[in-house]
Design a protein around this ligand. Structure first.
Ligand SMILES: [Fe+2]
Ligand SMILES: [Fe+2]
Length: 260
């Protein structure tokens, strides 16, 4: 099974990249399933029903998220209705939505689990114990298991990789919007990367217009963020997994520029 996992989709630029490039990428890499982090898909902050449906139409099968999932209030009503959008499983129990989605494809089932880190992030439940509980709930028949670990700190992300080596097919880091070059298959068959980039404008500071981000650091004043629009790229990882065992064979970074 070939899975394409795309880094955080940033506003209209990110959606434009998905619209223009995803179909060809699915064909070129013989993709069976597309997972994308959509927490910044609505103008950089959150996601709406309309935008989620647009992304599903372009070929995304499952949308993961993170700390920005509730930025648009309407998602509170939509999350319980749309199981294909997941939010970190380590939110308190009463929070709307689910942390796990099981996708059926070609007679196989693939579970996608979203977990948030807690270092320099909101102090949600322990990510390690939460992911263990989510995995225990999965039916025996589910062999392919993909984790979106949405976290800030590289050490926390690496620990999650080692913690889950053998237990899942891949641990993919998101949230920083900055790629790391450490993709590899861990010794017991789990694909790993600390962070998988973003799908959006690279002439920016993690998606935001450069001058605005810089002004924030220089003045320390509150400032309205505006998303950048130039040097748009579709970025993520291509993960090849044995359908029967759930073991990862290969993980490779993918970056496709949008020629505008
Ligand atoms: Fe993000
Ligand atoms: Fe985030």
């Amino acid at each position: 099974m070939n899975i394409l996992f795309l880094g955080d989709i940033i506003g209209s630029s990110g959606r434009k990249a998905i619209k223009s490039l995803l179909g060809a990428a699915i064909n070129e890499f013989s993709i069976d399933m597309v997972i994308a982090n959509g927490e910044n898909a609505a103008g950089g902050f959150g996601i709406t029903k309309k935008i989620a449906e647009e992304l599903f139409d372009y070929g995304i099968d499952v949308i993961t998220s993170g700390n920005h999932i509730f930025d648009k209030r309407e998602i509170l009503d939509y999350l319980p209705l749309c199981e294909k959008i997941i939010r970190p499983a380590n939110y308190p129990e009463e929070v709307p939505g689910n942390g796990t989605y099981i996708f059926s494809i070609n007679g196989f089932q693939a579970a996608v689990i979203n977990i948030s880190g807690v270092v320099f992030m909101d102090s949600l439940n322990c990510p390690f114990r939460t992911v263990t509980r989510e995995l225990e709930k999965l039916p025996e028949s589910v062999k392919v298991k993909i984790i979106d670990f949405h976290a800030e700190v590289t050490s926390e992300k690496m620990c999650m990789g080692w913690y889950l080596d053998r237990k899942v097919s891949a641990v993919i880091g998101t949230h920083t919007h900055v790629p790391t070059a450490d993709e590899r298959v861990l010794p017991n068959g789990t694909g790993y990367i600390t962070d998988v980039w973003m799908t959006g404008p690279y002439d920016s500071v993690i998606g935001v217009k450069k001058d605005i981000a810089l002004k924030k650091f220089l003045t320390k004043m509150p400032i309205r963020f505006d998303m950048a629009k130039k040097d748009i790229r579709l970025c993520g990882v291509l993960v090849t997994i044995d359908d029967d065992t759930g073991r990862c064979h290969a993980i490779k970074r993918v970056s496709i520029p949008l020629n505008t």
